[in-house]
Design a protein around this ligand. Structure first.
Ligand SMILES: Nc1ncnc2c1ncn2[C@@H]1O[C@H](COP(=O)(O)OP(=O)(O)O)[C@@H](O)[C@H]1O
Ligand SMILES: [Mg+2]
Length: 274
């Protein structure tokens, strides 16, 4: 059984109305995700690649049920995600986390590093007896935060500092530590290196690979860049205009692409070494 089973998933955004309720010119609908079926297996990295606007972020957010689909189904460890009630959903949220593209926008500037990483522990700690943080002991939580900082290559001297004091790469590490805090099984990494310099991005990609080995994580790794996706992914799914046009082993997709769109993506992206 796959960790995640997506079946006939569709998300339609209506363009007919503006935010203020008035009619927009050229109204209609956007099929951001169009009848997608996909499996993600435990322990793998499924790379999701496609040009901007192809529906990658929408698909990633649907899989975490951060947004609701128009139709279709999602199973997580066999459980119907879309049928889960509030309490069940809270439990499931612990297993599924997201790392965002923009480390400048995704960390709340009003909170210190310690608070940012501890927050999910405190929220989930009351629910899950096996999580550090459950004892509500400040020292337990701090010890766990320090452990997480070390896991992402940072150290405890930054506990009391604020996000604006850090570079993009460091902020992304803090965001990753926060995502890992509740010991998730599945992580959607939505263009996690696209806002970073190439060399900094390469370090983050290597960190993600290391964390996957250390913690047995499963990733949906989203990127518009084929070389980045190829480096990290077990399998690659190619998305074009809301549809998965091709999915297969990384080597197959990059060495023997079947779909013309995949070929054009491969041609558009020069080799880089990560
Ligand atoms: N909240 C939204 N409201 C309306 N349209 C949206 C919304 N989010 C995304 N879209 C549209 O859905 C399509 C897919 O977007 P997105 O999933 O962000 O693509 P990608 O991540 O591949 O760049 C685009 O046409 C985008 O404009
Ligand atoms: Mg996106």
């Amino acid at each position: 059984m796959a960790l995640i089973e997506v079946r006939n998933l569709t998300k339609i955004y209506s363009r007919g109305e503006s935010a203020l309720g008035g009619k927009l010119k050229g109204g209609g609908e956007v099929r951001a995700v169009d009848d997608v079926s996909l499996d993600i297996f435990a322990g793998e990295t499924l790379g999701l690649v496609g040009e901007s606007g192809s529906g990658k972020s929408t698909l990633g957010r649907l899989m975490l049920r951060l947004i609701e689909p128009t139709s279709g189904s999602i199973r997580f460890e066999g459980q119907d995600l879309l049928g889960a009630g509030r309490g069940e959903m809270r439990r499931l949220r612990r297993d599924m986390q997201i790392i965002f593209q923009d480390p400048f926008a995704s960390l709340d500037p009003r909170f210190r590093v310690e608070e940012i990483i501890a927050e999910p522990l405190i929220i989930h700690g009351n629910l899950h007896r096996n999580l550090p943080g459950n004892g509500d002991s400040k020292n337990d939580i701090r010890a766990r935060v320090i452990e997480l900082l070390r896991a992402v290559g940072l150290d405890e001297s930054i506990l009391r500092r604020f996000p604006h004091e850090f570079s993009g790469g460091q902020r992304q590490r803090i965001g990753i530590a926060r995502a890992l805090a509740v010991r998730p099984k599945f992580i959607v990494a939505d263009e996690p290196v696209s806002a970073l310099d190439v060399s900094v991005g390469a370090q983050i990609v290597n960190l993600l690979a290391q964390l996957q080995r250390d913690f047995g994580l499963t990733y949906l790794f989203i990127s518009h860049s084929m070389p980045v996706v190829r480096y990290l992914s077990t399998r690659i799914a190619v998305m074009y205009r809301g549809k998965i046009v091709e999915v297969g082993a990384s080597e197959e997709i990059t060495e023997r692409p079947q779909h013309p769109y995949t070929r054009s993506l491969l041609e558009a992206t020069p080799e880089i070494s990560v």
